[in-house]
Design a protein around this ligand. Structure first.
Ligand code: NI
Length: 163
């Protein structure tokens, strides 16, 4: 188990396009394990390889803590609906912003055995698939934010006051 360092906004690697994975080497397997470890250790719901400094088309997602998915060379094949809500990113610590995404997404990817499968998600999972796949093309959610980025603390405080 190894927790890797998360690259933060301003780091060039986060704006680069990642390369397809052609072969499941031991190094790639280790990277996937480390990506899960890193995501869980930082309480994230998704992580893309460039966020740990590797320009490969690999994403890990787990929106519930017990629903892990690895997506190798993923692509979105269907979207519908729309959701507008707050989004955050481990590479933009302490910040959040409002982004509109499809409410339903179907993606096709390879799993940890390089077998093709489909992952379909609504709401948070759909948002997460879109956000993580964007990372593989060097796109940060901050480019899609409606209005201003805000501090996560302020949002949490507002939510408490509303209760
Ligand atoms: Ni992110």
């Amino acid at each position: 188990m190894a927790i890797r360092t998360i690259r933060e906004i301003g780091d060039d690697i986060l704006t680069k396009k990642c390369k397809e994975v052609k072969e499941l080497t031991p190094r790639v397997q280790e990277l996937i394990e480390d990506m899960f470890d890193t995501m869980y250790a930082t309480n994230g719901v998704g992580l893309a390889a460039p966020q740990v400094g590797i320009l490969k088309r690999i994403v890990v997602i787990d929106t519930t803590g017990e629903d892990p998915h690895v997506l190798i060379n993923p692509r979105i094949i269907e979207t519908d609906g729309e959701q507008t809500g707050h989004e955050g990113c481990l590479s933009v610590p302490g910040k959040t912003g409002v982004v509109t995404r499809p409410n339903h997404v179907k993606a096709i990817a390879l799993n940890e055995k390089m077998e093709e499968y489909e992952l379909e998600g609504m709401e948070l999972l759909a948002r997460c698939i879109c956000h993580e796949l964007d990372h593989l093309d060097g796109v940060m959610y901050t480019e899609k934010v409606e209005g201003d980025l805000m501090n996560l603390e302020d949002l949490e405080q507002e939510a408490e006051e509303e209760e």
